[in-house]
Ligand binder design. Structure first.
Ligand code: TMP
Length: 238
């Protein structure tokens, strides 16, 4: 199965589409009036920011978390890989080329690194906090698909983690990624073929409901404005 077909199959398999359509219908009933334009609806939700390396994810995460807090939403900002954990140290080692693992072992390390934080993520959601996360399971799937890993297997190891409610894909080409960081690129960043495959896999994943795709090959202010506009359309507040 090609990465593209596999990602499409995975989208159907998860049943996200159906669940999302029901959620969307409920949300429509509670659609806020225009003067209530707010990102407050993101309280208690996971907002994942995704994209290939140097897409501008950190900047958008920081801005979005600040925006949520400014509107009174208790917000946690986090990201994966979480390099601070024991498994995070292992991930650092292979990204620096100090350790070698087969692709499957790397995939499991990335997923296990998310599982290390599962209890904490759930606690935050229970408290009604918004979680802005710089890379989440979709990074695992996109980069894993880019390396030809089996989709069903990849989804199984992610299964049980809290799902992202909304995923913002900051879209750039590998050439733009390279132009934004020309030196000290890690083992993955150096492989433009991998980045191209990951970008293609992201585009397939983004066909599922709950994804916003933003052209991020421009300056920060424009990207921020585009993300805000896409969010407003998505939240029904535009
Ligand atoms: P970072 O540059 O965002 O810290 O991520 C380091 C690399 O790890 C990046 O090239 C993407 C890759 N990655 C995966 O392959 N799978 C994953 O699950 C995650 C979170 C990152």
């Amino acid at each position: 199965m090609s990465a593209k077909t596999a990602v499409s199959a995975a989208n159907n398999e998860r049943g996200d589409g159906r669940a999302w359509h029901h959620a969307a219908a409920d949300r429509d009933k509670a659609r806020p009036r225009p003067h209530e334009v707010t990102v407050k609806q993101l309280a208690g939700k996971i907002i994942a920011v995704e994209g290939i390396d140097q897409a501008g994810k950190q900047t958008v995460c920081a801005w979005l978390a600040a925006e949520l807090r400014a509107q009174g939403v208790q917000t946690e900002q986090t990201g994966f890989p979480d390099y601070a954990t024991p498994l995070g140290h292992e991930i650092t080692a292979f990204l620096r080329g100090e350790r070698e693992y087969p692709a499957e072992a790397r995939q499991l390390l990335y997923a296990a690194n998310r599982w290390e934080r599962e209890t904490e993520l759930r606690a935050w959601l229970t408290e009604g906090r918004a979680i802005v996360v710089d890379r989440y399971s979709a990074s695992g799937i996109a980069y894993g698909a880019a390396q030809g890993l089996d989709m069903t297997w990849m989804l199984q190891v992610e299964q049980g983690l809290p799902l992202a409610d909304l995923t913002i894909l900051l879209d750039i080409t590998p050439d733009v990624s390279l132009s934004r960081k020309t030196t000290a690129r890690d083992a993955y960043e150096n492989r433009l073929d991998l980045l191209a495959n990951a970008r293609a896999a992201y585009h397939e994943l983004a066909k599922a409901p709950g994804w916003l795709v933003v052209d991020a090959a421009t300056d920060r202010d424009t990207v921020r404005a585009r993300v805000l506009a896409a969010l407003q359309v998505h939240l029904g507040t535009a």
